[in-house]
Design a protein around this ligand. Sequence first.
Ligand code: ADP
Ligand code: MG
Length: 458
Amino acid sequence: MSAYANRPLLYLSQHHDAMLCRVLSQRGWKISFASSLQELLALAHSGQPAAALLDVHSGFSDAELESFEPWLAQPQFGWIGIVASRDALSEAARRLLGLYFIDYYTSPFESADLAHSLGHAQGMAQIRPAVRGAAASSRPDGMIGTCAAMQTLFRGIEKVSRWDTPVLISGESGTGKELAAQAIHRASERAQKPFVAVNCAAIPPTLLMSELFGYERGAFTGATKRKPGRIEMAQGGTLFLDEIGDMPLESQTSLLRFLETGRIERLGGTESIEVDVRIISATHVDLDAAIAAERFRGDLYHRLCVLRVRQPPLRERGSDIMLIAEHVLESVRKQSPARIRGFSPTALRAIQQHNWPGNVRELINRIRHAAAMCEDGVIQPADLELATPAEERPKTLAAIREEAEQHAIVEALQRNHERLIDVAAELGISRVTLFRLMRDYKLQVKKGNMGIVCVQGT
Ligand SMILES: Nc1ncnc2c1ncn2[C@@H]1O[C@H](COP(=O)(O)OP(=O)(O)O)[C@@H](O)[C@H]1O
Ligand SMILES: [Mg+2]
């Protein structure tokens, strides 16, 4: 058994079968149990290949089963199903089983047989080619990220999705705020209801009110028929107010009234309509500053910002930049008429050194451009319109050794307040050797205003 200890198994069921779990853990399976999409999202997602077991008939509705689809499609899971009987399978369950499952068992079955199949399922998950790099770290919601800042973000998304209160997502442009808003919606209780996005910066201020609240026929010239607004269209679901910091004050006042009453009136109408939506808003604007400058209403801010999620800028995401770059290149490659081999080593260094003010969106655009412009299928910094990073010449071992020696002497001089006898003792060399080294490295000891400083002589 020990050879098979701690094999990861995801067990998705509304009914926790303790007997089955005992048999499976005796056989070395380390089980993570989830009974809903929310719990599934909350499970640590290591990206490691794992066997996965879905008890189809444990009480899931078709909609719930379908909400698992992004997980069923993940190549790092090898899925096995448990069903009550083949005849009891709904259209949806049949489709999912056929598409994503390696095998299924009809109850009653022998636990040992199931354990055997789970072993094969994990084996299949291990050999699937897509379980590499970006694919392994990309989530069903399309967000790639393994760094600490992104893990914090994913945990934040998962926590706020359990609540039905407004969320404000802050972050620079192109950091993935809209992606995060969609992820929160899909993981929330409102997942099956609409997700309606309004970009408050892109709609001219004169049109924003009618976009949000809708209008009645004849409300203004050109209003030839009644049109429901975006708030109404999101009924039961989520309204995503993007770039809320750019919303004109007039619309802010109307929005606040809606948030306080839960009711809207279409422009030119008198009927008061009750609308139940959850508001997620996003902005790259510093709202505190906007409030201070009286460009944003403080009372609206407090309504919108009950929970807060911060998107980290790309430059704070370490090696995730490379993961996303590879992932983007992979998708561009599929559409490219020419063969693209990859980034040159200098291009990779240029990507790492760039500051990415436009974040992921900028990265995507630069890679698309580069894929079209590059020659011989190799992307160079110029194709990405990035400066070629200064060449770092490889150092010889002797140079490295000398640098370390010099550094050690300077530090010892500082520590020992220029008492050369102590410096020599600390470094385990004679005073004569120390003098010689100091001469070689052109080191002098001088009394400075700030105490003892070591300077390199000329
Ligand atoms: N973590 C990520 N992994 C992969 N793609 C991402 C990630 N974050 C953002 N993107 C992509 O970058 C682009 C910009 O994201 P978006 O959500 O529109 O940013 P924002 O709303 O903050 O300006 C989109 O194409 C999105 O799919
Ligand atoms: Mg956006």
